[in-house]
Design a protein around this ligand. Structure first.
Ligand code: 8YV
Length: 313
């Protein structure tokens, strides 16, 4: 059997690349010096696209592949895939849900603790010798028993909530509709923020949720509040966030995702009340291996006429 032709948008770890190369004819878009010329050359052969959550597939890429049948995303988020273009041509889209829930929730909680207890500054305090010369590290803010808001009670939001229960936190959430969850449902994000010390953003990213965390939500969270984002940058009005962090109208933020990442707004770098992470909530060996396997299984299922495992479209 001739190998199906796949357009590979970004790099994968070696343990994923080897089985991909064995099963498919991979065309490495990310290595091409002249990307439009590469697409024009290989596009007509492409039957599927293998991409990542952060890279997706834009309309021009989809249009350059007239025989495209499937886009398999390595990631739960598919906001960077042009779904309208896929729908118009009956192109299937799959993602990798569930396998990353625990790691994403772990990082969100780690960011809350790191930010609130000043762990990075405290480490620097020891290394710099300030402990010996200046004395005790400044007091920090307590996490246990505090009020947590979760914006988006999906699979990852639920995994965050489960962890926060262990800290005895008073948990509430916003979602499109109330869920069968033992936490207070507060539909309005502003009202949720107003009763939160820590606001976690775990919502899916789409046109409906764009800038759901706006200036009003940020103001309601207030000078003692912390905003934690492990979803997508587009869920937050980033310029309003920067203004609030700079003025002190928002206490602090812990962010794993940024507009234009990895080239984030330099205003973030000048702030001491923000914890910056390089979009790695799912970045453990275990989870990335499971994501790679699921992405490949979806590709293999399609080319062996089996049902797709985890479909978006
Ligand atoms: C990954 C992600 O960082 O799942 C997602 O939506 O953004 C992440 O898990 C990304 O897909 C890996 O490149």
């Amino acid at each position: 059997m001739t190998k199906p032709h796949i357009l590979q948008v970004g790099s994968y770890p070696e343990w994923d690349q080897v089985p991909l190369d064995a099963a498919f004819q991979m065309h490495r878009y990310f290595e091409a010096a002249d990307k439009p010329a590469f697409l024009a050359q290989v596009g007509p052969q492409i039957q599927a696209i293998a991409t990542r959550g952060d890279l997706g597939a834009k309309a021009d890429m989809i249009a350059a592949c007239p025989n495209l049948k499937l886009i398999s995303v390595y990631g739960v988020g598919y906001d960077a895939v042009d779904l309208d273009a896929c729908r118009a041509r009956g192109i299937h889209v799959t993602n990798t849900p569930n396998v990353l829930n625990e790691d994403c929730a772990d990082l969100a909680v780690a960011m809350m603790l790191t930010g609130s207890r000043g762990i990075i500054g405290a480490s620097d305090w020891v290394r710099s010798g300030a402990w010996a010369t200046k004395g005790s590290y400044p007091l920090q803010r307590r996490v246990s028993g505090a009020r947590a808001g979760i914006l988006g009670m999906g699979r990852i939001g639920a995994a965050v909530a489960k962890r926060l229960e262990g800290f005895g936190m008073d948990i509430a959430y916003s979602a499109r509709a109330a869920k069968a969850a033992p936490y207070a449902f507060i539909a309005d994000p502003v009202a949720l923020a107003a009763r939160s010390d820590f606001l976690f953003v775990t919502a899916i990213a789409n046109a409906e949720t764009r800038h759901i965390v706006n200036a009003d939500v940020i103001a309601a969270l207030g000078p003692h509040g912390m905003l934690i984002n492990i979803s997508r940058a587009g869920n937050i009005d980033e310029l309003a966030l920067l203004d609030a962090l700079e003025s002190g109208n928002l206490g602090s933020a812990a962010l794993d995702v940024f507009e234009g990442e990895p080239n984030l707004n330099p205003r973030f770098l000048a702030l001491s009340n923000v914890l910056l992470q390089p979009h790695h909530a799912s970045g453990t060996y275990q989870t990335r291996a499971a994501m790679g396997a699921l992405m490949r299984e979806n590709l293999l299922a399609y080319f062996t006429d089996k049902p797709l495992l985890t479909t978006v479209l």
